[in-house]
Design a protein around this ligand. Structure first.
Ligand SMILES: Cc1cc2nc3c(=O)[nH]c(=O)nc-3n(C[C@H](O)[C@H](O)[C@H](O)COP(=O)(O)O)c2cc1C
Length: 347
């Protein structure tokens, strides 16, 4: 579907405004309350011994948290991304960028990232493109997006429900797995695949890994609801505005995705995001086998305010995760892989 740059700008600005409206958060629980970490009343080590250091995509980071893909390519995005980028470097987090779609057709859009990269030394970025763009542009052009950013990986986002409620009834993902496979073959950096908040099931994870995808970020339901959000942009009383409510509990929650993947021996490849609202949620993701945890909406909330607010929000997530690890008797993120520290509850 063709959109003008004006439509694109308006859509991206609406996305930020509406993502900050609590009405676009999923109705159903993210499922984190179904998981309880086992309290360790006597951790026989100092809190200072707990560290969050991890290796992601062969780079060293000070936290398994990463900035989940958000916005780019419009009037307000530069300041927001600069706040996110500076905060990511200050905390040594990995940062995934929002869809680079605009760069495919507007050479000037590349400048946003050039400026940010020259302003913020030491930034580690992951590119992002939607599956429909991957299907409709030559693979070499998509790989140019990685080059534009100096990225260490590229996320392909899958979003059938979002596309429908964005008003794209012609959505057609025929040949998508093949296109991802081709991207993997031609890419010099790892290819990662995510949803935007409805989950990636175990069967699809297997198919993605079978074509060489390095990481699946399950991106489950429980946080920002992109069906509802897009419907709120539609004309009141229209088919799309009137029908989205039926999808308020659509998809698998982040916890359901991770539980389904248990015992599948895929964990070195699984990341989690979607509805993560505290470092305790993150600890539960790591306990269920994820290697990294992405946060979107809470960081957008902070990044529209300031760099300081974004740094503070990241520090809160890290502190909560560290505290959860201490009270679970774990010193390192890796320890989650060797010790079962959770059980399911009926909530
Ligand atoms: C303002 C905003 C813009 C987003 N833009 C993108 C995008 O361009 N590409 C993408 O893959 N995901 C995008 N997302 C989805 C997030 O990466 C994430 O999968 C989803 O919001 C669920 O995480 P959350 O519950 O922490 O918000 C966006 C999210 C927000 C809040």
């Amino acid at each position: 579907m063709k959109t003008s740059f004006d439509d694109f700008e308006k859509r991206k600005k609406d996305h930020i405004r509406l993502a900050l409206d609590e009405g676009t958060q999923a109705l159903t629980s993210s499922g984190f309350n179904r998981i309880r970490l086992i309290h360790q009343a006597l951790p026989e080590f100092s809190f200072n011994d707990v560290n969050l250091n991890v290796k992601l995509l062969d780079r060293d980071f000070s936290s398994p948290h990463f900035v989940s893909s958000m916005t780019a390519g419009h009037e307000n995005s530069y300041k927001i991304n600069l706040n996110l980028a500076r905060a990511a470097v200050a905390n040594n987090w990995l940062m995934a960028v929002g869809s680079q779609r605009r760069e495919l057709t507007d050479a000037a859009a590349v400048q946003e990232w050039k400026n940010i990269n020259s302003d913020v030394a030491g930034l580690n970025l992951i590119s992002n493109i939607g599956i429909l763009e991957l299907l409709s542009h030559p693979t070499e052009n998509v790989l140019k997006l990685v080059e534009n950013l100096g990225a260490i990986g590229i996320f392909v986002h899958l979003n059938p429900l979002q596309e429908l409620f964005q008003g794209n009834p012609q959505v057609d993902m025929t040949g998508a797995l093949k296109a991802i496979e081709e991207l993997v073959k031609q890419s010099t950096v790892p290819v990662l695949v995510k949803e935007v908040g409805f989950g990636i099931n175990t069967d699809l994870s297997r198919r993605l890994f079978s074509v060489g995808v390095k990481i699946v970020d399950v991106s489950g339901n429980g946080g920002t609801h992109w069906g509802q959000l897009e419907a709120m942009r539609q004309e009141q009383g229209s088919l799309l505005a009137n029908t989205a409510y039926a999808f308020r509990d659509w998809g698998q929650s982040t916890v359901e995705c991770l539980l389904d993947l248990q015992d599948q021996n895929l964990f070195s490849h699984i990341w989690a995001s979607g509805g993560v609202r505290s470092g305790v949620d993150s600890a539960k993701c790591l306990a269920l086998g994820a290697r990294a945890v992405g946060i979107a909406q809470p960081l957008m909330k902070a990044a529209v305010v300031s760099e300081e607010e974004t740094i503070k929000t990241m520090q809160q997530f890290d502190f909560q995760l560290k505290a959860a690890m201490y009270c679970s008797g774990l010193k390192k993120c890796e320890d989650f892989l060797h010790q079962k520290v959770w059980y399911g509850t009926n909530h």
